[in-house]
Design a binder for this molecule. Structure first.
Ligand code: IYR
Length: 240
């Protein structure tokens, strides 16, 4: 087929300098696309954040597969500026819980969160108790890498670190849900204690923490309403 593009990509010079490979893209029939879209959307609708985990163990391999799926996220200049730190050791989980509860105690009980914030959180019924951090079989802490630390000691800038890590976080949650695990996006802020507790280098900053496991049987979740399509999507069909 004749290219509809005036400028080829990669250009011959680019392809000579950097390897390109053909994209193995699956193109589905129109009806199959809609079926896949509906199936994924329905599966996504069933996902909920939970705060009561069962102590049932989860094999490390499942966590690894979720990390590898998340790590396919697009990232600025393909820097992949993230580290997933997995914890299932009871002593480490207990230390994380203690430190998280201390931060949250100040948040909730010593007015670090203002009235507006507390009001927004009221339907979730959260407080400074974070027992689930010890009960859940795994905690995964996702760190963003503010810059790249090379083995020779030199550093390189990372780009769009928050955006990239945020996308990886979304894919991680999706991968866990799809394999039948549940999680909570948890940010016991300020979260800097996690770097010290987990012995991470100083190019890494905690981004979000995920207790992971199965819901405790009979777990209840707030009866939240998701925004409708017309609240989250608009098509612009003429110049503003
Ligand atoms: N980090 C606190 C408070 C909290 C904040 C938001 I924004 C939430 O969506 C939920 C909780 C906590 O975990 O309790």
């Amino acid at each position: 087929m004749e290219s509809p593009y005036e400028h080829s990509y990669p250009s011959p010079e680019l392809a000579a300098a950097h390897p390109f490979v053909e994209y193995a893209f699956d193109r589905y029939a129109d009806d199959e696309m809609l079926e896949r879209a509906l199936a994924f959307r329905e599966e996504s609708e069933r996902r909920r954040s939970i705060r009561l985990f069962s102590p049932d163990p989860v094999p490390r391999e499942l966590i690894e597969q979720a990390v590898m799926a998340a790590s396919t996220a697009p990232s600025g200049a393909h820097k992949q500026p993230w580290t997933f730190v997995g914890v299932r050791d009871p002593e480490v989980k207990a230390a994380i819980r203690a430190a998280a509860e201390e931060e949250e105690r100040v948040n909730y009980l010593e007015n670090r969160m203002n009235e507006e914030w507390l009001e927004a959180l009221a339907p979730l019924g959260t407080d400074h108790h974070k027992e689930f951090l010890e009960v859940a079989p795994w905690i995964v802490v996702l760190f963003e890498q503010r810059f790249e630390q090379r083995p020779d000691g030199s550093t390189r800038k990372n780009y769009y670190v928050k955006e990239s890590t945020g996308i990886a976080a979304g894919m991680f949650i999706t991968a866990l849900h799809r394999m039948g695990l549940a999680t909570l996006t948890h940010t016991p802020s300020p979260m800097v204690f996690l770097r010290r507790l987990l012995g991470r280098p100083d190019n890494e900053r905690p981004f979000v923490m995920f207790p992971i496991g199965f819901p405790l049987e009979g777990t209840r979740v707030p009866d939240l309403r998701r925004k409708q399509l017309d609240e989250v999507f608009v098509e612009v069909d003429r110049l503003a």
